[in-house]
Ligand binder design. Structure first.
Ligand code: LLP
Length: 429
């Protein structure tokens, strides 16, 4: 093991040092080897999170469905599969890549939203269970697959989430079937002789206080009693992670959440005399903390009262801060030994031609210098999957730090010629 950590120093450290996030290498060497910006994932953390979820309740029929939308890197999916998790899909594309990662059709739940006939048929032909999101889509399903098995997404009337854009339960959202429409729901099921395999919900993304989740779970389980034939109740994802580690934010208290959930499940089992399958669908919790986005500082400048740190981490690479004002803690690494003597307020920006291209606004951090590398923590969920080619910028590479500390390339960096990939050979004019 060659450990050349002498070429690298932590100017600002939050947690990667203690947990040896970078294994046998370090951020500077990673950037030199794979280029910048760069997504780096840690296999040990990913496996640990999978393990914690599987133990959420001690109920034999708990199934953890990883919500793949958070991160669909093929190697990440393979690790999640190896950990024994099942998986959700949101599109034929996700189904395609999940099958490639080794998930069997019966391990995939397609949680569809406003899909076309062709998209439904894609899943039906692949033998994958579909959850439909409206009565009109249930009818569509009935027409396409009379006598088939289906799940229905219910809107429990409660929502939760870190931003209004990610709250998916309650009145202000397009999702789910209103439980008041139960008789219409039942008539469509019987008209098309459909078997209702399960009901599912998802109230929104990122809760640290489990009250709303428990309330919605209690509701959905009691609603399930209207359908004695169903095999599963899927309570959704939304499990939060501590994005404010630097301020001492604590992780989601899985023990308390699990204990409360266990009671709700036990009550149901006692009332109904059967051990129905209970699914949960965490995306963020599974992958957010195993990922860090590395980027380089290219510019330092002042404008008005603000000091700007200009980097190559544009919102084409990580859109969460620009889209949701989301906070990500930031570590600072340097090529030479440097102590951090003084803090100052800085605004860290990317290289995209928009004023909103901000990673961190008015952040109090140790002095950053040109050439430094920044580590944007907790970027494993909704990072790479939401990246784009805006401004004809290229999507970054992804690297895995394996459980023995080695770095392995798990997605190639886009090349400039890839920008031509989607154009037909013969272009207009
Ligand atoms: N199940 C369904 C049906 C969902 O729509 C979602 C996420 C999940 C599960 C997983 O939720 P999670 O456990 O990851 O919170 N891009 C946003 C998050 C949007 C999530 C939307 N639905 C962000 O970066 O915060």
């Amino acid at each position: 093991m060659d450990n050349k950590n002498d070429e690298f120093s932590y100017v600002h450290h939050i947690w990667t040092k203690d947990i040896q996030f970078y294994g046998n290498t370090n951020p500077i060497r990673l950037i030199e080897k794979y280029g910048s910006p760069l997504y780096v994932y840690n296999e040990t953390i990913l496996r640990k999170r999978c393990g914690e979820l599987k133990k959420l309740v001690s109920y034999p029929n708990l199934r953890v469905n990883y919500s793949a939308k958070a991160n669909t890197n093929l190697s990440i999916l393979k690790i999640v599969h190896d950990e024994g998790l099942l998986i959700d899909a949101m599109s034929p594309g996700e189904i395609f890549i999940e099958l490639k990662a080794g998930f069997k059709p019966e391990e995939i739940l397609f949680i569809s939203n406003n899909v076309s006939d062709d998209e439904m048929l894609f899943a039906i032909d692949a033998g994958i269970l579909i959850s439909v999101d409206s009565l009109s889509q249930l009818e569509k399903y009935g027409r396409l697959n009379k006598g088939g098995k289906v799940a229905v997404r219910i809107n429990p009337g409660v929502g939760a989430g870190h931003h209004e854009k990610v709250i998916t339960g309650g009145k202000n959202t397009k999702f789910g079937v209103n439980p008041g429409l139960i008789s219409e729901l039942k008539s469509i099921l019987s008209l098309y002789k459909l078997k209702l395999a399960g009901i599912n919900q998802h109230i929104g993304s990122l809760f640290m206080n489990p009250d709303a989740y428990i309330e919605a779970a209690t509701f959905l389980l009691s609603f399930a009693e209207n359908f004695p034939e169903i095999k599963f109740v899927d309570l959704g994802g939304g499990f939060g992670i501590p994005y404010h580690k630097e301020n001492g934010e604590l992780p989601l208290d899985l023990k308390t959440l699990g204990g409360r959930l266990q009671k709700v499940i036990d009550n149901w089992v006692n009332r109904n005399g059967r051990q129905i399958v209970i699914k949960i669908e965490p995306g963020r919790f599974t992958v957010a903390e195993c990922g860090i986005l590395l980027g380089q500082v290219h510019t330092i400048k002042e404008n008005g009262a603000k000091k700007y740190i200009g980097t190559d981490i544009g919102f084409n690479v990580l859109i969460r801060p620009a889209l949701y004002d989301a906070h990500h803690d930031i570590e600072i690494y340097s090529r030479i030994k440097r102590e951090s003597f003084k803090n100052e307020s800085v605004t860290i920006v990317g290289n995209i031609c928009e004023t909103g291209d901000i990673i961190a606004k008015d952040r109090n951090l140790p002095v950053i210098e040109e050439g430094d590398i920044l580590g944007i923590l907790d970027s494993g969920a909704y990072g790479m999957v939401m990246s784009s080619n805006y401004n004809c910028r290229l999507r970054p590479a992804e690297v895995l730090i394996t459980s023995v500390g080695e770095d392995v390339l798990i997605r190639k960096r886009e090349e400039i010629k890839d920008l031509l990939l989607q154009f037909p050979d013969k272009t207009y004019l």
